[in-house]
Design a protein around this ligand. Structure first.
Ligand code: NZQ
Ligand code: ZN
Length: 386
């Protein structure tokens, strides 16, 4: 096992009725900016519950943060934070609203001239404005981690940011919010969380037995609850297991002491930036090709995954590894997710070259757990995903 440090300061309030308890977690004299997305919370009762919980606070609202949160929109919210002397942010939404709030938390205290630099200069945020979240869509794990992904529409860029100053102070996880989520977003959440685990597991063994088994148990739980929650979003037992699995998939725990990959995400972000494809679906497009292309360096872990998660006991390491990749693709397809780029756009030719060129321009020499997936490898992997 590798050396590691682990600190996750986010307080979790999990379960039915927990939204009303958020008032106890916000400083009494706080001036709150409540941030939300395109309006789903006004149709499913979450807005009323949060408003009631905030009744003793001075609150300003900012709605309209779009999926794949946009820098331009967030800059409007930043103006309000500054003009109104806001002291606490409350994100009510999925990964997009929470990520947008993390950007604002960082930007509110940022000393530089241009907040876009937060996304391009790769400097971790050590201190941000305090914020809490009410999660409405299990998927990203953003509610218990310190990372964010922000989009700039004018340049079709999607960039990552983060740092120890960007953990939420608290997050409310009430599985009842899942009842109103459309099926395709549930499928996205399952696929995103599943891939988060894979990115931190499908590397090479460092004999971290507990981390491996944590990861495998999250994958198995997602596989088990997927058909149940897709069939009935009001199934509270399935909803709670789905929600907690998504959080545990990316709150740092399973990543400690082990190598991680994240190349699927880096390629996937480009597909969202270029074509607007949902985040989780971009991962389903890239994953199979990435694992097939890198079979030589990942086959032991792929075979372990095939055996322990999919019960594939026959065959050589290589055969099991390939069967594991096959099972992964079938799992995404069982969620109703298409797994090739050409099923999403007719305009796919040249995408591989374009993404590879972008990575070269950014000076990204090598991705993956060995830092050896070069822009030229990226070109081949994306091409295999057409
Ligand atoms: O905007 P509203 O009207 O609220 O509707 C949203 C949105 O259209 C809707 N929704 C959310 N909760 C709902 C609901 N509809 C009905 N009932 C509810 N309870 O769902 C739609 C998608 O929401 P969004 O927040 O965009 O989805 P998700 O949580 O999948 O977040 C995706 C974003 O997170 C980033 C992605 O890149 C993408 O920008 N990620 C963030 C990560 C992180 N911070 O750690 C890691 C991930 O890998 C990912 O990159
Ligand atoms: Zn993801």
């Amino acid at each position: 096992m590798n050396n590691f440090e682990f600190k996750n300061p986010t307080k979790i309030l999990f379960g039915k009725g927990q939204i009303e308890n958020l008032s106890k977690e916000i400083p009494k004299n706080a001036k709150v900016l409540m941030l939300f997305g395109g309006g789903s919370i006004k149709k499913n009762g979450i807005y009323e519950q949060v408003s009631a919980a905030l009744s003793n606070f001075e609150v300003i609202e900012f709605g309209g943060i779009p999926a794949n949160p946009e820098y331009e929109v967030l800059m409007e919210a930043l103006d309000i934070i500054n003009a109104e002397n806001i002291t606490f942010l409350l994100a009510v939404g999925g990964g997009s609203v929470i990520d947008g709030t993390k950007f604002l938390s960082s930007a509110a205290l940022y000393k530089g001239d241009n907040p876009w630099d937060i996304l391009t200069k790769n400097e971790p945020t050590l201190k941000g404005m305090p914020f809490g979240t009410v999660l409405t869509l299990p998927a990203t794990g953003s509610e218990m981690n310190s990372g964010a992904v922000i989009t700039r529409r004018e340049t079709k860029e999607k960039r990552i940011m983060g740092g120890p100053g960007l953990f939420p102070v608290f997050s409310v996880l009430d599985p009842e919010v899942i009842a109103s989520i459309p099926q395709h977003q549930i499928a996205n959440g399952l696929a995103d969380a599943f891939t988060h685990v894979l990115e931190q597991y499908m590397t090479y063994s460092v004999d971290a037995k507990l981390q491996d088994r944590f990861a495998e148990s999250i994958l198995q739980t997602l596989i088990e609850v997927a058909p149940v929650i897709l069939k009935n979003t009001s199934d509270y037992k399935a909803a709670s297991n789905f929600m907690w699995s998504c959080t545990m998939a990316l709150n740092g725990l399973i990543q400690k002491g082990v190598p991680s990959d994240w190349a699927i995400h880096m390629m996937g972000h480009e597909l969202t930036a270029l074509f607007g494809i949902d985040h989780a679906r971009t991962l389903a497009i890239i994953a199979g090709s990435h694992y097939t292309y890198n079979l030589a360096t990942k086959k032991e872990k792929l075979a372990q995954y095939a055996e322990r998660v999919w019960n594939i006991t026959e065959g050589t390491i290589e055969e099991k590894a390939k069967a594991g990749i096959e099972k992964t693709t079938e799992f995404f397809q069982s969620l109703g997710i298409k797994t090739t780029l050409s099923e999403y756009t007719e305009d796919y030719k040249g995408t591989a070259q374009l993404i590879s060129k972008r990575f070269e321009e950014r000076g990204w020499k090598g991705l993956g757990e060995h830092g050896k997936v070069t822009p030229s490898d990226v070109e081949k992997i994306v091409e295999m995903s057409y």
